[in-house]
Design a protein around this ligand. Structure first.
Ligand code: UGA
Length: 437
C-alpha cells in the first residue's frame, strides 16, 4: 500500500522502516529539513538497534523515501500516519499543535477518501478535534479517522513493531478497519492478535497502558523505601509478587525510577485529561511524585556514603534513560548528575552511546572515555543505567581506580557479592547493603 508518514522521530521513523520492510511503499515527511537530508543520505538521526541497517536496506529496495514537502509526500497516499511529537506543556497537558498542523496539511494535500491514522500518543477525544479541523479545512473532503497507538519500547523498537503483542486499531468506520487490516496483513497472518475498538477507546488505552506500567514501577520504588526500613529485600518481594500471574513479574524492577519521552509526559497528560473530564485521578500525580523521590533516594545514598558532597568525585555509569538507546530525555541518571553537581560534587559520567547527548544537556558533567576512567579517584560509583557492558565490569579493576570503594547499584543489576569480595561497600536499592569482610 502507498503510505505517508508525518513525523520521523522515534515512532515515525521506526514505523516507516518497518512498514517498508513488510512490503509497503513509504514516504516519510518531517518539517526538520536537516533530519530529512540525513535520512535521504541513509543516516538514522538517533541510535536504535537494527534501525540503521533496515533504513539502508529499505531505501536501497526503493520502498522508502523522505521529503520535507507535503505536496510531494501526501498526494496518492492511501494511508497517512501522524507520528509527530506531543510534548508536555508547562502544566503537563499534551501539546497538540503539531497534530493540528498535520491535519491541515493532510486536508490541503492528501487525496479525498484517505485514511488518517493517529499514532502519536494523544488524549482521548483528540480525534474529534481532528475531525473538526478536516471539516473546516476541506468541507467537501471525506477523511476516515483511525487511532493506532504504538507500544514499541526504545531499545527494542524494531522487534516490538514487527513482533507486537497485539495491534490496536480504533476506527470510526469500516473503511478505516479494512485499510489497517490490509496494512498489517503480514503480521496478522503470522497470528499477531488484532484488537479493534472505537477511536476514543484506542486513544485512552494507550494512556491507560503507559500510566499503568509507570504505576508498577513507582509501586515497587515505594516498596523499596519500606524494604530499606525493615531490612527486607525488594527483589525477593517482587519475585513473590511476580509469580502470581494476576500481577505478573514484568516492570517490577526497583531502582532510580523511569524516564524517557513517554512515561513522564503520558502520566502527566493523562492526569490533565482526567482533570479536564471532571474526574480527578490523584494516583497519577502520586506515580510522578514517587518517581522523583527515587532519584532523591539515590542522592541520599551518595550523601550517606561520602558524608560531605562538595568536592567529592562521583562516577555515574550509564546516562541514557534506559540501555540500548542514546536518548537522554528525562533520564533519571542525568537528573542525578544535575542534583549532585548542584550539591557541589564533581561528576564524571560514562555511557556507551549517550555521552554526547548527556554533555549537551548537562554541560558541567565530565565525560569519561570508559567506565574505569570515570571511576578514577571517585568517592562513590553509581550504576544508573544497566547497559550490559556496565553490568559486566571487573570489580577488581574498579577497586584499583577509586579513591573510596563505594558502589551504589541504582538498578539492582550487579553481582553485589563480587563487588563486596573485591573490597567495595555495595549499596543496592531496597535491599540490604553488602560490606567487605
Ligand atoms: C514505553 C512503553 O514500555 C512502550 O510500550 C510505549 O510504546 C512507549 O513507552 C511509548 O509510549 O512510546 P519506553 O519508554 O521506550 O517504552 O521504555 P520502557 O522499557 O518502558 O522503560 C521506561 C523507563 O522505565 C526506563 O527508564 C526504564 O529504565 C524504567 N523501568 C522499566 C524501571 O525503572 N523498572 C522496570 O521494571 C521497567
Amino acid at each position: 500500500m502507498k503510505v505517508a508518514i508525518i513525523g520521523t522521530g522515534h515512532v515515525g521513523l521506526v514505523t516507516a522502516v518497518t512498514l517498508a520492510a513488510i512490503g509497503h511503499d513509504v514516504s516519510g515527511m518531517d518539517a526538520d529539513e536537516e533530519k530529512i537530508e540525513a535520512l535521504r543520505q541513509g543516516r538514522a538521526p538517533f541510535f536504535e538497534p537494527g534501525l540503521q541497517a533496515m533504513l539502508e536496506e529499505q531505501a536501497a529496495a526503493g520502498r522508502l523515501r523522505f521529503s520535507p514537502d507535503p505536496r510531494e509526500t501526501l498526494p496518492g497516499a492511501e494511508i497517512v500516519f501522524i507520528c509527530v511529537g506531543t510534548p508536555s506543556t508547562p502544566d503537563g497537558e499534551a501539546n497538540l499543535a503539531a497534530v493540528e498542523r498535520s491535519c491541515i496539511e493532510i486536508a490541503r494535500h492528501a487525496d479525498a477518501g484517505v485514511v488518517v491514522v493517529g499514532k502519536s500518543t494523544v488524549p482521548a477525544g483528540t480525534a474529534d478535534r481532528m475531525r473538526e479541523t478536516f471539516r473546516r479545512e476541506r468541507p467537501d473532503g471525506r477523511f476516515h479517522l483511525v487511532s493506532n497507538p504504538e507500544f514499541l519500547r526504545e531499545g527494542s523498537a524494531i522487534h516490538d513493531t514487527l513482533e507486537p503483542d497485539r495491534v490496536l486499531v480504533g476506527a470510526e468506520d469500516e473503511a478505516g478497519f479494512d485499510a489497517l487490516r490490509r496494512l498489517y496483513a503480514p503480521l496478522l497472518d503470522r497470528g499477531v492478535p488484532l484488537i479493534e475498538t472505537d477511536v476514543s477507546t484506542a486513544e485512552l488505552a494507550k494512556h491507560a497502558s503507559n500510566a499503568f506500567l509507570a504505576l508498577k514501577i513507582s509501586y515497587v520504588n515505594a516498596l523499596a523505601r519500606l524494604c530499606e526500613r525493615v531490612g527486607a529485600d525488594v527483589t525477593a518481594v517482587t519475585n513473590v509478587m511476580g509469580s502470581d500471574p494476576r500481577i505478573g513479574g514484568a516492570f517490577l524492577r526497583a531502582g532510580i525510577g523511569y524516564g524517557g519521552h513517554c512515561f513522564p509526559k503520558d502520566v502527566a497528560a493523562f492526569g490533565r485529561l482526567a482533570d479536564r473530564l471532571g474526574y480527578p485521578f490523584p494516583i497519577l500525580a502520586e506515580i510522578a511524585r514517587i518517581n522523583d523521590e527515587a532519584v532523591e533516594a539515590v542522592v541520599e545514598l551518595v550523601r550517606d556514603a561520602v558524608w560531605n558532597v562538595p568536592g567529592k568525585r562521583i562516577a555515574i555509569l550509564g546516562l541514557s534513560f534506559k540501555p540500548e538507546t542514546d536518548d537522554i530525555r528525562l533520564s533519571p541518571a542525568l537528573a542525578l548528575a544535575a542534583r549532585l553537581l548542584e550539591l557541589g560534587a564533581e561528576v564524571a559520567g560514562y555511557d556507551p552511546r549517550a555521552a554526547a547527548n548527556a554533555k549537551a544537556e548537562v554541560p558541567d558533567l565530565v565525560i569519561a572515555p570508559d567506565p574505569y576512567a570515570a571511576a578514577e579517584g571517585a568517592h562513590a560509583i553509581v550504576l544508573a543505567t544497566e547497559w550490559s557492558e556496565l553490568v559486566e565490569l571487573d570489580p577488581g579493576r574498579l577497586r584499583a581506580a577509586v579513591a573510596q570503594p563505594v558502589l551504589i547499584d541504582a538498578r539492582n543489576a550487579l553481582d553485589g557479592a563480587a563487588f563486596a569480595e573485591a573490597g567495595f561497600e555495595y549499596r543496592p536499592i531496597g535491599r540490604p547493603a553488602l560490606r567487605p569482610d
